[in-house]
Design a protein. Sequence first.
Length: 123
Amino acid sequence: MTDKEAFIDKLKKRTRTLAVDLIEFCNSLKTCTATSVITYQLVKSSTSTGANYRAACRARSKAEFYSKICIVVEEADESEYWLEIIDEANLSNNKNELRRLLIEANEITKIMTKAKNSSYDNK
């Protein structure tokens, strides 16, 4: 396995792990009307991040890769946004896990943004 293949595999696992961790985290949130809406959005955006990254890795062209990676960036950033809302609205009692997930979502957003920008430069 090349370094590039290993990196791609690691990132696929990382996005999948984030989605699973966020699903579990959502189940721990305070129960109220707002959390049901936010949880729905967060689960959608976090699972979409990993699913679309996998699709990007199977792209048939540079244009298709760029299109998919743009979606990945958007969904990763949206996941980070919903975590910020949870934090600011004080909807979680588990501040340590919330901070860990915020850091991970931010790192994934940065990595995907770099991939998007690099692929645009190489079009």
